[in-house]
Design a protein around this ligand. Sequence first.
Ligand SMILES: Cc1ncc(COP(=O)(O)O)c(C=O)c1O
Length: 436
Amino acid sequence: MHSFVWHPYTQMNDWKKFDVITKGKGMWLYDSNGNALMDGVASMWCNVWGHSKKELTETITKQAKTLQHSSLFNLTNDKAESLAEKLVKLAPEMYRVFYSDDGSTAMEISAKMALQYWSNIGEKKTKFVSLENGYHGDTIGAMSLGYVPLFFSKFKSSLFPVLRTPSPNRYRTPKGYSFEDYQEFCLERIEQIFSKNNNIAAFVMESGAQIAGGVVIYPKGFQKKISKLCKKYNILLILDEIATGFGRLGSMIEYKNQESIPDIVSFGKMLSGGYLPLAATLANKKVYDSFLGEYKDMKHFFHGHTFTGNPLACALALRNISLYKKYNLISKIKKREAQIKSRIKEITDLDLVGDVRHKGMMMGIELVSDKKTKTTISPQKRLPQKIFNEAKKHGIYQRTLGPIVMVIPPLAISESELDFLLDGTIKTIRNVSSQI
Ligand SMILES: Cc1ncc(COP(=O)(O)O)c(C=O)c1O
């Protein structure tokens, strides 16, 4: 089959053809030849219940027959309204919801909201501070906020300047520091920047963990201390829960777990169960109120998209959220998390494995060419492609991020399915070791 599709983050010369997925059922994807692959990355970290979940597909069909799309420009729709109410109830101290279609856009909105907030109240605060190796999406603004050198160096000259501070990674703590000392150092750096610059609009970070930056899970209290610094210096805190909210780390709202209340927070991916594109940016009352005034004041938010508040996606998200309670998903995730934990040693003992980091339903396995020196595997070794091909032999769809094997299954994976995934991951790493 000749293909006209250009694939993301893919050297198209390397791929003569792609497996064509024609069906999804539960944790499994089926290709056009009938082969089954377990969805080991939850279709880019967004799938909650597995594929073709009846309650969700029924909701889509029913809503499509009633109202498939209507705009939020001058109008509203019942599903966008109900979902916003639900989200505001779930997310402590959030007050209003601004809808968009994907995580990157939600982060653009977060940044614009923060900038316009300061403009609305007549203060000149225009700079952002964020954590090194944070990731907030692939659009120009989101790339500026979350600069991952490997991904974004080609675009650097067009990105807006953002002050960056280091984030603590236990495995890669710089020489001369204990992990605890290094955390303190990271916090001191943030405070130094906050105290020396009176033009900072917001601090931006992923909530709970940095995912694309290498599955780096924050130590307890780190995020909370940052939120306190933001309060102390009157700087907005923007949290990105696109990959970490709605159960991925074992909590519905991760910032609640981290005891760090943001001013602005974005959700995406799992919000709609991973079935339709939907994201939401929530703001607290302080931020929202600054946008109110006379029309001539021009304080209203200058942002909007064609599909903002799409009723199909909102109906789906409402149903998805209702299922968390019905199926007791968060407590199931805790059980699966314990299951992952019980197998960590097996994984750590493998030849190439330098470090294993996990929380909730997310695990990153960092592969190195030398365990002692923690030397990174050279990109020349084509590790991601080798892992992908080997994992397929064990019935798994796996996608690595550079040298990190990501195990990020749909949240509702069963005990036996998770064992299948972990067994296959172990076999994959073992077999790839001999090719590195
Ligand atoms: C933390 C975080 N923020 C934002 C995004 C961007 O989301 P999207 O790919 O839907 O644009 C991602 C995507 O992986 C993410 O992990």
